[in-house]
Design a protein around this ligand. Sequence first.
Ligand SMILES: [Zn+2]
Ligand SMILES: [Zn+2]
Length: 284
Amino acid sequence: MVFRKLFAKDLKVIEMKNRFTTFFDEFYYFADYLSEKGGKVKKSTGKAASYRNYLAFFFVLFEENTNLKITDPASLATYQLLDNFRQSKGFTEYNKDEHHYPSASLKCYLAFVSDKAVKNEIFYDVKMNEESEQQFINETPAEYVVKTDYSSDDIRKKSKKILLNGRLVYQRSLAEVIKAKEQAGWRCEINPKHETFIAESNDKPYVEAHHLIPMAVQDLFDNTIDFAGNISCLCPTCHRKIHLAKSPGKYELVKQLYSTRKNKYEDYNLQIDFKQLLNYYRIY
Ligand SMILES: [Zn+2]
Ligand SMILES: [Zn+2]
């Protein structure tokens, strides 16, 4: 049986927790923070501890039934592997028998790994926008924002990863950025009246590109998310706001941008629901 019942006192579970002590501690605090945020509980209940246990169980079951070993539990790639494993026969029954703790802990795990992944997204976005401007001025080929115009077949494939500021990140396409800005008429999508200035690089109103599904979570998708339909065109203030505002401020913008491109995601065969998208903005 793939999904056998496990207990916190099982040796394998204890060993798994010891292997990734820091990870499980961080996950526990995150789960605790989320359940308090959810407003259902004022004081910390046993929920976070249960989530931590069920995640450890899941790691054990995964390693028992696949030939794979978990090495980097906090990564999106590991989440993907576990999410695939969850499709194995018997999960539904197991989940039911365990009062849906397995699925709830996996959901929390996805929020946790996404939260980690998107933490530096603004740095890479600012860099992308700077490099986009620079390319007009210097004509220097950049490694991060690439000029290659993908053919329509290629666009569904993911771009190459490069090391930038100590992190492996996907290259971004300048052509797609420009396409998105042209589609928005070089105006802020939130409100075309938002004031900006004329850029030296191209004599057009300065606007910034922002991937609504952040590039930081590209690993969760089989196809590229670096296409004009996913790139929003924002004035610098709205761009900072969507990354840095308090949750209600961010929420407004994410909601507006999502509602105008929901269908485009369907065209690209991208499964993204609004709740999941909010996680990528750390709105809980
Ligand atoms: Zn951005
Ligand atoms: Zn704006």
